[in-house]
Design a protein around this ligand. Structure first.
Ligand SMILES: [Fe+2]
Ligand SMILES: [Fe+2]
Length: 165
C-alpha cells in the first residue's frame, strides 16, 4: 500500500466517524481525534508527502508547489482551532465548544477532499516508485511512533492488516 492510500484510509475513517455522529462528541474523544490528526496524519503529510511534492514541482511548476504549501497551511489552522475547541470543552463552555467543533469538521472535510483531488493524484502519477516506497516505510514509522493501538482504534484499520500493507 502506498503512503497516500494509507492517508485516504484515514480520510475515509474520518468521514465515517462524522457520519456516526462525531460532531456531537465529547471533549475527550475529540482530543484523541485531534491528537491523531496533528501528531500522525498531518505529520505524515507535512514531513513526508508535501515536501517531496514541493521539491519535485518547484522548478517545473512553481504554482503547484505553492498550492501544496497553501493546502498544508490548513494544518496550522486546524491545530489552533482544535486546541481552542478543547479549551472551550475543558471550561465547559458548550456553546462555543459545539460551534468550534462544527467549524473544525467543516474545514477538515473540505481540506481532505482537496488533498484527494489536488495532491494525492500527483503523488501517485508523478513521483517515482522507489521514492514512494521509501516514504511509505517512513509513514509506517510515524504511525508506530504515534502508537499502533491508538491508530487502529481510531481508523478501524486492524493491526493484522497493518502488518501486511
Ligand atoms: Fe491534510
Ligand atoms: Fe489528509
Amino acid at each position: 500500500m502506498d503512503v497516500v492510500e494509507i492517508l485516504m484510509v484515514d480520510h475515509l475513517s474520518i468521514r465515517m466517524l462524522i457520519k456516526c455522529g462525531l460532531t456531537r462528541m465529547g471533549v475527550d474523544e475529540f482530543s484523541s481525534l485531534h491528537g491523531f490528526i496533528v501528531n500522525c496524519h498531518a505529520r505524515i503529510e507535512d514531513d513526508l508527502v508535501f515536501p517531496v511534492l514541493k521539491k519535485h514541482y518547484m522548478d517545473s511548476y512553481e504554482e503547484y508547489a505553492k498550492l501544496v504549501e497553501w493546502i498544508g497551511n490548513d494544518h496550522r489552522l486546524l491545530e489552533t482551532l482544535g486546541n481552542k475547541t478543547i479549551s472551550y470543552g475543558i471550561d465547559k463552555d458548550w456553546i462555543n465548544y459545539r460551534r468550534r467543533l462544527n467549524l473544525y469538521f467543516k474545514i477538515l472535510v473540505e481540506h481532505n477532499l482537496r488533498e484527494e483531488v489536488e495532491i494525492f493524484p500527483n503523488w501517485l502519477n508523478e513521483i517515482d516508485r522507489e521514492t514512494r516506497r521509501k516514504y511509505t516505510a517512513k509513514a509506517k514509522e510515524i504511525i508506530e511512533e504515534y502508537g499502533l493501538e491508538k491508530y487502529t482504534r481510531l481508523t478501524g484499520f486492524s493491526s493484522e492488516a497493518f502488518k501486511i500493507i
